[in-house]
Write a protein that binds this ligand. Sequence first.
Ligand SMILES: C[S@@+](CC[C@H](N)C(=O)[O-])C[C@H]1O[C@@H](n2cnc3c(N)ncnc32)[C@H](O)[C@@H]1O
Length: 357
Amino acid sequence: VPCTKGLGMLEDYEKRFPGLLGFYSGLLGYYFAACPKECPEVAARMYDAFQSLGKDLEPALKEFQAEGLFSGRALSTRRQVELFWTSPLVTVFEAAVGYTPPPDVDLKRLLPEPVDSRMGLIRRRHQAAERVGSGELASGDLPYWQASMANCAPELYLWPYLPAEGLLCGFDLGSGWGRGVLCLGNFQRCEVTALDIQESQLDLLRRLAEGLGWLGLKTQVSTEPSFPDDSMDFGLSYAFLHLAEAEQLRSLLTKALQSLRTHAVFHIEFPTDSPMGLTMVSCLTIEQLLDLFHTTTVGDKLFQLVDFDPRIPDLFTFAVFRQGELPEGCRTGRGAHRFKPLAKRILIGDSTSRRRR
Ligand SMILES: C[S@@+](CC[C@H](N)C(=O)[O-])C[C@H]1O[C@@H](n2cnc3c(N)ncnc32)[C@H](O)[C@@H]1O
């Protein structure tokens, strides 16, 4: 197959399933804003992966079409989101862009070096985006899984808010193969439960964790967290919550708040304001997202934003407080940032054992 036409080589499929080309180029644009849209190498890999589905291809295409996934509209129902993540048509895309690391990769060598400042993280993100934009993603020299690790920085957004000693219990929602949780570092102190709808991703995560010598990782094929109340010291969720539909997102936040103890932290990667949102929720503005967190309560527990830098608009850390610990006052809209400094002081300053790693 000549690979000179980018996604155009999928045109035969487009004739029978109108909207398929738009769907895949939307995905490419969504995941790789910096990536040239016409990537012949990526398209060729996708074409091959399509063929390799054999007799499973046709029913998968028909199911996508029937559920409106080729309609060009953002996914808005839970059924659509779940179908998206469990369909072989997405596995095809993932294979073409190098979405998951090979199971035997030496991750120790490839985990990003921790950064010690916001500027350090911004530089690291820019470097990765430049390499993606100059075609290294398309040529396979910088597969997606590796480029996407450049965005993670628990050393800035999670560890400063956690006790400096002792065992910590946490969860990772929509962990996938574990980009977030495997970048945590300090493994021997962490007992983490990773949740995902895809068993194959969790199998891979367990292998990768073993490769790093991490024994404290548990996995659960699940769509919602259900841990004992107040049992968790931290939660993590990268590139997952924005893929939920609105009602599911509210329910996930409530369940997370229920299981997090007072002064626990929840660190998320959540792209907002996406012009070509994959789901309705990914079109939320930053303020709408903060409002959603700040209006979720469980008993007298509530979330308060503690860490956000507008130059890094997709990373947030929220902490759990009891009503009355923060002054009365509006915490929605522009008021969402009002108690951030106070909340941060309470967390970092409320015990001599809390300090930066
Ligand atoms: C974009 S990936 C992010 C994976 C990982 N957190 C990362 O940042 O690389 C989204 C993940 O959410 C999972 N997912 C989608 N819908 C889910 C649901 N309803 N319940 C649990 N996991 C889900 C998918 O299987 C996928 O692994």
